[in-house]
Design a protein around this ligand. Structure first.
Ligand SMILES: C[S@@+](CC[C@H](N)C(=O)[O-])C[C@H]1O[C@@H](n2cnc3c(N)ncnc32)[C@H](O)[C@@H]1O
Length: 469
């Protein structure tokens, strides 16, 4: 670990964190990390992630060669190797750290690194395949695809991109499928909107019992709405089953009660439609990516398919039609025009669609598959990002914005995902969004005034959405 006699101070890269790191929060958001799941943080730095997880009731421990060298490296359901590989200057040692972390992971390994384009390397001294900083640390800025290939090579699995520079490797194929499908379901922006009001109906309610088992009923309602069908016993969390048994309520009775209080036919119909779409998109993408294991499905997904399609054969036939739509530029362009006409995003003068990342699940199905492909290559865009779809060049771009409250936020990096070449690159940029109101579909008087003033100052017409500075 010495460079021309001076040691590389790897530990100096560990920052104090006041909130969960991005890979840890993605694991939580996607339901991979939850109470009852054991976590090990490999290269935990100062241990702030561990403290935050412990406070949330998640069993977590970690090891770090500098900060926690005496803690035993132990197996866990989920292992995090967070921003460690990029501080190691020796490529062989990187592979060793990755291999050791993978050996500890019973279920999922999360690997994250800094990626090229996220920060400027101006003034840094090139060293091996990275840079030395003035603080005596080393940083390698990985390419997003380069990191994916390294994880695939060392783990022997096809990892899933959770976000730019963040990959999850799953030991079991059915875990991966369930994870991907849940991620798709979790992103449904409309889920909250179609949740039924929760006041009781006098005729069918049994207020006392319903009150006593209210947390169980809420959870059952969430499960039913998520999958668009009633859950079976093995899909219901143990804590819910325990509460029901404590009150001598069998699951079918609890489901009836839940349905009478929380669900109506229209709500369930909407949930079923959403789940059908999720399954179609999921399986279209699995075919596109030739993902092995998509045929080795866990019980919950098999039940979903049976309920919503009758058979896997029917689902595959329909998902094939989805894929055809993707190759058909005219169909994609029609979907883009439909989205823009419906106020989900706006077109720039070159016919590219700009959408607020939070609204991407409101797009027509063909575009959701399009963005699904991008997500497989580069992970999901952050919420405070723009997504740009260029159907002519088959390129999707993520443009993270700096300040969600600003009327005209700046972007300092852009992630371009080339669907034809199956490659994602992150580049530094300097752009400013000047038509937030058109893209978000929300135009307050103040916002419109600020945009008009900016257009005048920069000297551009009303059809320009974003400018390069
Ligand atoms: C940028 S910090 C990241 C810390 C923490 N994971 C986080 O996200 O906040 C990198 C850490 O990797 C540790 N490290 C260096 N070499 C390592 C190795 N071979 N195996 C595991 N950790 C290592 C360093 O001591 C440092 O604490």
């Amino acid at each position: 670990m010495t460079v021309a006699g001076a040691p590389v101070m790897r530990h100096r890269t560990a920052i104090v964190r006041h909130s969960l790191s991005q890979p840890m929060s993605l694991l939580v958001q996607h339901g991979v990390l939850a109470p009852g799941v054991a976590v090990f943080d490999y290269g935990c730095g100062q241990g702030d992630d561990l403290r935050a997880l412990a406070a949330a009731g998640i069993e977590a421990s970690g090891w770090d060669p500098h900060f926690a060298p005496d803690i035993a490296r132990q197996e866990a359901d989920v292992v995090n190797l967070g921003f460690v590989l990029n501080v190691i200057e020796d490529a062989r040692e990187r592979r060793e750290a990755l291999r050791d972390a993978w050996q500890l992971a019973r279920g999922v390994l999360a690997v994250s690194t800094m990626i090229a384009g996220q920060v400027s390397t101006e003034g840094l001294r090139p060293y091996r395949d990275g840079f030395l900083t003035s603080r005596g640390t080393f940083q390698k800025y990985f390419g997003h695809a380069e990191l994916g290939e390294l994880v695939a090579d060392v783990t022997g699995t096809q990892p899933v991109a959770a976000a730019p520079g963040i990959f999850f490797a799953c030991r079991r194929a059915d875990d991966l499928e369930e994870f991907l499908l849940r991620r798709r379901m979790g992103r449904r922006s409309s889920t909250a909107a179609y949740r039924a009001p929760r006041e009781r109906r006098a005729a069918s309610a049994r207020p006392l019992l319903a009150d006593r088992i209210a947390p169980a009923l809420n959870e059952l309602a969430e499960l039913a709405q998520m999958r668009g069908r009633m859950p079976v016993a093995e899909e219901v969390p143990l804590a819910v089953m325990a509460l029901l048994s404590q009150h001598h309520v069998a699951l079918p009775r609890a489901l009836d009660l839940m349905a009478s209080l929380h669900l109506d036919p229209a709500t369930m119909e909407q949930a079923a439609t959403a789940m059908r779409e999720d399954l179609l998109v999921h399986f279209a993408l699995a075919r596109l990516n030739q993902r092995q294991g998509a045929d080795r499905l866990g019980g919950a997904i098999v039940r979903d398919i049976r309920t919503h399609f009758g058979s896997q054969k029917e689902l595959l036939a329909e998902s094939g039609a989805y894929l055809m739509g993707l190759a058909d530029v005219a169909a994609v362009d029609a979907a883009i025009a439909q989205a823009a006409a419906g106020g989900i995003g706006a077109l720039d003068p070159r016919g590219r669609l700009f959408v607020d990342a939070r609204r991407r699940e409101d797009l027509p199905g063909v575009l959701r598959v399009y963005l699904g492909c991008a997500a497989y290559l580069a992970g999901e865009p952050g919420d405070n990002s723009l997504v740009r779809i260029d159907s002519q060049r088959k390129i999707v771009a993520y443009i993270p914005l700096d300040d969600p409250k600003s009327a005209a936020p700046f972007a300092t990096s852009i992630i371009k995902i080339d669907l034809k070449r199956q490659a994602a690159v992150s580049q530094p940029t300097r752009r400013r969004l000047i038509a937030k109101s058109r893209i978000s579909g929300r135009a307050t008087r103040g916002q419109l005034h600020a945009e008009a003033a900016l257009r005048k100052e920069i000297g551009v017409g009303g059809d320009v959405l974003i400018v390069r500075l």
